[in-house]
Design a protein around this ligand. Sequence first.
Ligand SMILES: [Zn+2]
Length: 97
Amino acid sequence: MTDMSYLDGNMLDGPLRELFAVDLSAATGRCESCGTVGPMAGLHVFSHAPGLIGRCPACSEVMLRLVRAPDRAWLDLRGSTYLQVPLPMDQPYPPPL
Ligand SMILES: [Zn+2]
C-alpha cells in the first residue's frame, strides 16, 4: 500500500444504505485479523480502487469490499468476523411469518 490517504468510514453509509435499510454506521464489526471490535464508521476507507475498500484502523487488514455496477453491487465481508447491527426495540422478534 503506497498511498496512505483514506476517507472516514462514515462515507460508507450512503453506498451501503442502498443495500441495507438500516444505518450501518452504528453497526459494530470485528476484524478477523487482529480481533479489534469497533464501529464500521471507524474503518479507513480507500475509494481509489475498483470499488470501496474498508480497512481495520488497528492493523490495516481489509474488512470490507464494496463494488457497484449500474445494475448490481458486490459486498465482500471477508476479513470481518461479524457485523453487529443495532435494531429498534419495537420490531417483533422473531419476525412474524
Ligand atoms: Zn485488525
